[in-house]
Ligand binder design. Structure first.
Ligand code: ZN
Ligand code: ZN
Length: 259
C-alpha cells in the first residue's frame, strides 16, 4: 500500500490556456515552453491500493488520459454539469462501448438531470450513481456539499475524509454562505478554484473566486494547505504572487500525497 495521491490533470478555467485567439504573454508562453499550459480543471485521486477516481471529465479528457498514459478509466466524480467539467463524458462512454467495460460516474441527482438532458445516450456505457448521501472510494468517505457558483448558479465541492486526513476539492465557487463554509473548515488541504489573482469586476457579477478572495476565505476556513486551480490566462505561473506561505498554484502533473 502507498499513500493516496492527488494529481492535477488540468488547472485551467472554462476556456483553458492558451486561448486560441490571444497573444498575451501568458498565452504565448503556454504555446512554447508551456509553464502556463492549462487543460480544463480535472484531477485524479489514486487510492492507497492504486484504484483511480477522476474528478471531473472535461473536454480535454482525451489529452489528459494520453499524458497520464492511461488507457482505461473506471470511476469519475462530477462537481457540476458545466461543459468544462463534463464534456469528456461522451468520449469516455465511447471507449467503454468498445471495451465493453461500463464506467461509473458519481454525482448528485440534480447534476445527472442536466447530464442526461445533454447526452441522453451515455447510460448505455456509463453507470450513474447518485451520491447526494455520500459515497465511499477505498479508504475515503466522500460527500458533495453545495456551493454558490455566482452567475452560473450552483456547483458542488467534495469533501474527502479518512482517519487522520480531510481535504476538499472546490473548483467552481464564489461568495460562499456561512452554511456552505461550515463543511470546509479546518481541512488539511483545500483545493480552490481562482480564475485570476485579482479581478476588478464585482464579485456578484462573477462565478469563481480570485486569489485575493481565496486568501480572505482561508482566514475563515483555516486549512493546513491551499492549492489554487481553475486558473485563466490572467495567472502567470512564472510570477511570484503575494500569497501566504501555505498557498501554492497547481500546475499540470502536480502530485500531492494525502497524508
Ligand atoms: Zn469550471
Ligand atoms: Zn462551472
Amino acid at each position: 500500500m502507498s499513500p493516496s495521491t492527488l494529481t492535477f490533470l488540468g488547472t485551467g478555467d472554462s476556456i483553458g490556456v492558451p486561448r486560441v485567439y490571444c497573444d498575451c504573454e501568458v498565452c504565448t508562453e503556454a504555446r512554447s515552453t508551456g509553464v502556463n499550459r492549462r487543460y480544463r480543471s480535472s484531477a485524479l485521486l489514486t487510492g492507497d491500493e492504486g484504484q483511480r477516481l477522476l474528478i471531473d471529465c472535461g473536454p480535454d479528457w482525451l489529452d489528459q488520459m494520453r499524458l497520464m498514459e492511461l488507457r482505461q478509466l473506471d470511476h469519475a466524480l462530477i462537481t457540476h454539469a458545466h461543459h468544462d467539467h463534463i464534456a469528456g463524458l461522451p468520449e469516455w462512454a465511447d471507449a467503454c462501448r468498445w471495451t465493453g467495460l461500463k464506467g461509473n460516474v458519481y454525482a448528485p441527482a440534480d447534476v445527472f438531470v442536466t447530464v442526461r438532458s445533454q447526452y441522453p445516450w451515455l447510460e448505455r456505457h456509463l453507470r450513474f450513481h447518485n451520491n447526494d448521501a455520500g459515497c465511499r472510494f477505498g479508504e475515503w468517505s466522500i460527500f458533495p456539499t453545495p456551493v454558490n457558483h455566482g452567475r452560473n448558479g450552483m456547483s458542488y465541492a467534495y469533501v474527502f475524509e479518512k482517519t487522520g486526513y480531510r481535504w476538499a476539492y472546490c473548483s467552481d465557487a464564489i461568495l460562499l454562505s456561512e452554511q456552505q463554509k461550515e463543511p470546509l473548515k479546518r481541512l488539511d488541504l483545500l483545493v480552490l478554484g481562482t480564475n485570476y489573482y485579482k479581478e476588478n469586476a464585482e464579485p456578484g457579477s462573477r462565478s469563481v473566486y480570485d486569489m485575493t478572495e481565496g486568501v480572505q476565505l482561508m482566514e475563515e476556513l483555516l486549512p493546513g494547505r491551499v492549492v489554487f486551480t481553475h486558473m485563466s490566462h490572467g495567472v502567470d505561473g512564472r510570477n511570484r504572487y503575494e500569497l501566504p506561505e501555505r498557498v501554492s498554484l497547481a500546475f499540470h502533473g502536480l502530485s500531492i500525497s494525502l497524508l
